[in-house]
Design a protein around this ligand. Structure first.
Ligand code: IPD
Length: 283
């Protein structure tokens, strides 16, 4: 039985907007915030309520599809080839708690381990990015106006002039943290790029939004070592459909959530993408 991906895409937009309304009306405070593995890894009652809402809405319409969500994920659950919704109810929870308006609902559908439908919605700025495999990527307003991504697509000139999104993640020790430290400090130093340091490094607290900005062509690349499948699944589809590339740090193929969680996203470009990736890995 064939799956109507565009119908799924439209439904995910509807669910993401409804979930975004819940996020917008919530008033997080310290009494509704708890920590998970450390104080950089937090969850609010709103994250949990929004995930339950999204899960319910998805299972009503697509009861046979699997579901992986940040707040209900249990160690040992792995992605299979089956159609699987991968959901982050609030990507940018720390921003949400601080009322910093880079917060989104991220809903991806992955089939045969490939990001196939993706919707990312930031209710605070009414920014929505979406894509269905084979049908392009778009950004749209509430009034229905939409623009195809990328918005900008010039040649990539290498690391020196690049504006790169980075995220620290919530690991503050261990191999992923050490690699982030090395990459960030190397990029910031002159020696990294044959005499030039990178133009700029940006860290805004939501991996999903950062990757959507790469898809739009508004930044050159995004790197994080330590983000999870729910942070990237939807945005990855949007990025690929816009003509960007995601280089999964796991050489054997995407196997989340148990892979090493390293992602490099490179923006759509008329030329220079592969050279950029090679230069990045040589750092
Ligand atoms: C986090 C954000 C953050 C990234 C972390 C993610 P959350 O998601 O995307 O930017 O650095 O790795 O886990 O916890 O806010 O959903």
């Amino acid at each position: 039985q064939s799956i109507d991906l565009q119908a799924i895409g439209s439904y995910l937009v509807e669910v993401a907007r409804a979930a975004g309304d819940i996020v917008l009306t919530a008033r997080p405070n310290s009494s509704t915030t708890t920590t998970k593995k450390n104080t950089a890894d937090i969850v609010t009652l709103t994250d949990q309520a929004v995930e339950a809402f999204i899960r319910e809405r998805l299972s009503q319409r697509y009861p046979t599809f699997a579901f992986i969500g940040e707040e209900t994920y249990k160690d040992g659950v792995a992605l299979t080839d089956d159609p699987t919704f991968i959901v982050d109810p609030i990507d940018g929870t720390s921003n949400f708690v601080h009322a910093f308006p880079a917060v989104c609902v991220s809903i991806g559908l992955v089939i045969l381990r490939q990001p196939t439908v993706g919707v990312v919605y930031n209710p605070f700025r009414d920014e929505l990015w979406s894509a269905v495999k084979g049908h392009g990527a778009f950004t749209q307003q509430h009034n229905g106006e939409q623009q195809q991504l990328p918005l900008v697509s010039a040649p990539l000139q290498g690391l020196g002039p690049a504006c790169i999104g980075i995220e620290w993640g919530s690991d503050r020790e261990g191999p992923n943290f050490e690699l982030n430290l090395k990459v960030f400090t190397t990029l910031a130093r002159t020696a990294a790029t044959g005499g030039r340091f990178v133009n700029s490094l940006r860290c805004t607290g939501s991996a999903a939004i950062a990757i959507c900005r790469i898809a739009a062509g508004q930044q050159d690349a995004f790197w994080e070592c330590g983000c999870w499948a729910w942070d990237v699944a939807a945005a990855w589809c949007i990025l690929s459909e816009a003509g960007g590339i995601m280089v999964d740090g796991h050489p054997g193929g995407w196997n989340p959530p148990v892979d090493n969680r390293r992602y490099l996203a490179v923006r759509p470009a008329t030329e220079g993408q592969r050279g950029f990736v090679e230069e990045f890995w040589s750092v």
